[in-house]
Write a protein that binds this ligand. Structure first.
Ligand SMILES: [Zn+2]
Length: 256
């Protein structure tokens, strides 16, 4: 009987110990809880040097779908993009352009080049092929932009950034970045660094697609997959870029 009691007491002590340990590790986890950008984006510690970063040159980043389904629209994309550049070159202030063409491959055709030196698209550069790996294109673009800023001691929260996405279909080919990961990255750069994102899509519900990756519904727009739709797409991009260059952010009614 005594032995039984001893066993029971020992079991209770052991059980108590386990509970205490697990309670402590829960507490440790709380203490180690990190701000939103931790483990999502490369680390940037704001210092007084960050004050040296100017808002300009504004970073205008175009992520353009060139997947096979864009085939019938290539001429319109070339014309639309070129007229977008022409209009932006007339705006006051300085800007740099980064342009990515993506299908299941990723091709950066401009890398933070001075807006005035940004080259026109041609049919040798822009043609349709392949599948739609939008998440990988977004992930790489965000990481590379932050990487360049870190190297050049630019504070990502002080420099104005606009990322514009044009796509004509649902994501179907990314291998590196999940939708959940991209959502965290977009939310973190929007919240911590005031980056602007706009999403323009054809053949999909752009508002719900945008929201599913952390972009506000009113910063999304649908375009008709025809000449008029593509022309309008680049006009919307021009408006967004004007907003960011003039006021630091895309107008709240931009998507209307
Ligand atoms: Zn900073």
């Amino acid at each position: 009987m005594k032995k039984m009691l001893l066993l029971a007491v020992t079991a209770l002590i052991i059980l108590g110990g386990i509970c205490a340990v697990s309670a402590r590790s829960e507490k440790d986890k709380d203490v180690k809880e990190q701000p939103v950008t931790e483990n999502i984006l490369p680390k940037h510690n704001h210092t007084e040097n960050c004050e040296n970063t100017s808002a300009e040159p504004v970073q205008i980043i175009c992520i353009l779908d060139r997947s096979g389904s864009m085939q019938s629209l290539t001429e319109d994309v070339i014309g639309g993009y070129n007229s977008f550049l022409e209009k932006q070159k007339k705006e006051s202030g300085t800007a740099e352009v980064t342009t990515i063409l993506f299908d299941d491959k990723y091709e950066k055709i401009e890398d933070a080049v001075n807006l005035n030196d940004a080259k026109n698209l041609t049919s040798e550069i822009y043609y349709a092929r392949g599948n739609t790996a939008l998440m990988d294109a977004l992930g790489k673009t965000i990481m590379e932009t932050l990487g360049t800023m870190a190297k050049e001691n630019i504070c990502p929260a002080k420099r104005r950034v606009l990322v514009m996405i044009m796509t004509d279909g649902l994501e179907n080919a990314s291998t590196e970045y999940s939708k959940a990961k991209i959502k965290s990255m977009i939310e973190a750069t929007t919240k911590e660094y005031n980056w602007n994102y706009v999403f323009i899509g054809a053949n999909i519900d752009s508002a719900s697609e945008a929201q599913s990756i952390g972009i506000r519904a009113d910063h999304s727009a649908n375009f008709a997959p025809d000449s008029g739709g593509v022309r309008e797409t680049f006009e919307r991009m021009d408006e967004a870029a004007k907003d960011v260059r003039e006021r630091g952010k895309v107008n709240e009614n931009w998507g209307d």
